[in-house]
Design a protein. Structure first.
Length: 285
């Protein structure tokens, strides 16, 4: 049995935030009965304790997958996601730790394979953001941390998972609408999302010969803990998402089907692509 992995402690930081403390709560429930599209599969979903990650874990479980929930330190949220997966009749494990730590990623993947016997799907969803009005306010610590969490972690997770991924496996990365339209207050975050899109396209070419598909999802403003717990200035939250053509933020269960489509055989002829559940914002890409 793999060793227990202790989470890091980050004092004085609201992120990633508790979904259990949000009002109104994000909508994570799958909207339709499952059809076995991931029957017998094993998936890792990073940042699956809440938000988009929780909705993806719930939908994957409904479609037949066992799910490993990787998260930072929100134990109550992670246990709730575990309960949700198990309520769908699937197995789940919750593994806390810092995805910006290469050693943690390696240990976590080992624990998943030791527990479930294989790995079919890797969802790189975890991320963080910090708003700054002036680029000079972005500290070196924040810059390094944002890149470490948002893009270094994807390299580490793919490196750790690669020996276990066989023909038919899928990798889905979470980029963002900010990569395409920019974000005035999210300079470092948007830069990491641009890196993720380029990483997705390049990795897809690197792995396609081995029958492994790599795609991405670029959500618009979604109602998750990321924004109200420090990812946006408090004064921006009242109008959050209203600048989209649909004039509202999206819900996690409106994004999760994109991750399902890219993980299952329905997307067997797609690699290196990006889906855009963003409330109607038209972007190139």
């Amino acid at each position: 049995m793999a060793e227990t992995i202790d989470p890091p402690v980050r004092e004085g930081d609201q992120l990633p935030g508790h979904e259990s403390r949000m009002d109104p709560k994000p909508e994570w429930e799958p909207r339709y009965p499952g059809s076995g599209r991931l029957q017998g599969k094993v998936a890792i979903v990073t940042g699956a304790d809440s938000g988009i990650g929780r909705a993806v874990a719930a939908l994957y479980a409904r479609e037949g997958a066992d799910v490993a929930i990787l998260y930072l330190c929100e134990h109550d949220d992670a246990q709730e996601t575990k309960r949700i997966v198990e309520a769908e009749g699937r197995r789940a494990i919750a593994i806390p730790g810092d995805l910006g730590d290469k050693d943690f990623c390696e240990r976590a993947v080992t624990q998943v394979v030791d527990t479930f016997g294989k790995l079919d799907i890797l969802v790189n969803n975890a991320g963080e953001q910090h708003p700054d009005e002036d680029i000079r306010d972005i500290t070196d610590e924040q810059l390094r941390r944002t890149f470490q969490t948002n893009i270094f972690s994807m390299f580490y997770m793919v490196q750790a998972a690669r020996p276990h991924l066989r023909q038919g496996a899928a990798i889905i990365n979470c980029t963002s609408v900010t990569m395409y339209k920019g974000a005035e207050l999210l300079l470092d975050y948007s830069a990491t999302k641009g890196a993720i899109t380029a990483f997705t396209r390049s990795l897809s070419q690197n792995l396609v010969k081995d029958g492994i598909r790599v795609n991405a999802v670029a959500p618009g403003p979604i109602w998750t803990p990321l924004n109200p717990f420090g990812g946006q200035p408090p004064e921006k939250m009242e109008s959050f998402g209203q600048d989209t053509p649909m004039e509202r933020p999206g819900q996690p269960n409106e994004v999760a089907p994109s991750f399902l489509f890219l993980a299952c055989e329905d997307a067997s002829y797609m690699s290196g692509q990006v889906l855009h559940p963003n409330g109607g914002t038209i972007v190139n890409g």
